[in-house]
Design a protein around this ligand. Structure first.
Ligand code: SF4
Length: 340
């Protein structure tokens, strides 16, 4: 299946599957609560892959954990609405959220070795999903379906792998098993948090290809957390760029790469290696993501922004529409479009 078929299949229905409004995630410190993420609005459409990008510490992973209902006390999650397939999770009981997890939404993480239980075989861990989430499914049926699921992930000799422990499998195979676990109950939403970062480049490409195949087959939507813009270019329909707990830009993938509006997005793109740039110098963004305890005044990006002026240090920019379905949180755009 080609890229266009893949994007077409996902774009055919733009109905909102996940809709998050005014999300705030706080963590307790000895000086009180601090917000890791605030005022976050985003949605994932049916059959769409939404990439959430940004440096470490921008709030991407905590956002995905909040959607999964995995932020534990003393962390605090508040939202006006967090709707998955019409169910508002802000009004659901912990038990209802637990049922949604696995059956309706599932997650794969960066390091499958820490996500898989070393004491149980791969097959046991996939079978558990069927036994927990498929009514009336017995052990024999769960085993048959698990082996089929392993086969679908492209692992040779699935019967043997069913009886293997995680430590007996390679990194790529372990991530395939995680994908099998995540996809086996046909979730409507898959959250993938840097799923290929720990893998070498060739295995990474195979895993991305596998995910593309499976989400088309199962018509699953994906929230893809990554800092890798190469992966974004290959996989995403739309992109949300996060910085210091806020969305600073949102656009479809072509607009983001060809007409980025926000200086932070431009900085991310300039600091990424492209084949045609071989021999030229990368331009890293100076400085680091600010501590949540000491957020800068005005625009949170201003200490690192080459275009910052007094107004940027004083005023907080809102996320505003700067083009069709294109949003940016910058005081200078679109007023001064010569921000290059
Ligand atoms: Fe840079 Fe000012 Fe725009 Fe912030 S508001 S990104 S500091 S130009």
């Amino acid at each position: 299946m080609g890229d266009n078929d893949f994007r077409e299949a996902r774009a055919k229905n733009a109905e909102k599957l996940l809709d998050v409004r005014n999300l705030e995630i706080q963590f307790k410190t000895k000086n009180g609560y601090i917000s890791a993420v605030e005022g976050l609005n985003f949605s994932v459409h049916r059959s769409e892959l939404l990439a959430m990008v940004g440096e470490s510490g921008c709030g991407k992973s905590v956002t995905s954990l909040a959607v999964m209902g995995l932020i534990e006390h003393p962390g605090r999650v508040r939202a006006d609405r967090m709707e998955l397939a019409g169910v508002d999770m802000t009004r659901s009981s912990p038990e209802e959220i637990r049922r949604l997890r696995g059956a309706q939404m599932s997650m794969i993480f960066q390091d499958p070795l820490t996500s898989l239980n070393p004491l149980f075989t791969a097959g046991h861990q996939i079978s558990e999903q069927f036994l927990t989430h498929v009514p009336g499914c017995g052990r024999g049926e769960a085993k048959r379906r698990s082996i089929e699921m392993i086969r679908k992930t492209g692992i040779p000799r699935p019967e043997a792998v069913y009886d293997s422990y995680p430590h007996e499998l390679s990194g790529g195979m372990r991530q395939r098993i995680m994908i099998a676990i995540a996809m086996c109950c046909n979730p409507v939403l898959l959250i993938a948090d840097e799923p290929t970062t720990a893998l070498d480049v060739t295995i990474q490409a195979q895993i991305l290809h596998l995910m593309r195949e499976l989400v088309v087959e199962y018509e699953t939507s994906i929230l893809f957390i990554t800092h890798d813009l190469g992966v974004v270019a290959e996989m995403a329909d739309r992109v949300v760029v996060m910085y210091a707990g806020q969305i600073v830009e949102e656009a479809d993938v072509l607009t983001l790469f060809h007409k980025p509006a926000h200086p932070y997005t431009k900085g991310l793109l300039h600091s990424t290696i492209k084949v045609q740039d071989a021999g030229s110098r990368l331009e890293p963004i100076p400085g680091a993501v600010p501590s949540l305890r000491q957020l800068p005044s005005g625009c949170r990006f201003h200490p690192r922004c080459a275009y910052a002026d007094d107004e940027c240090r004083r005023r907080r920019p809102e996320l505003v529409e700067v083009g069709l379905n294109h949003y940016s949180r910058c005081l200078l755009f679109p007023r001064r479009e010569n921000v290059a």
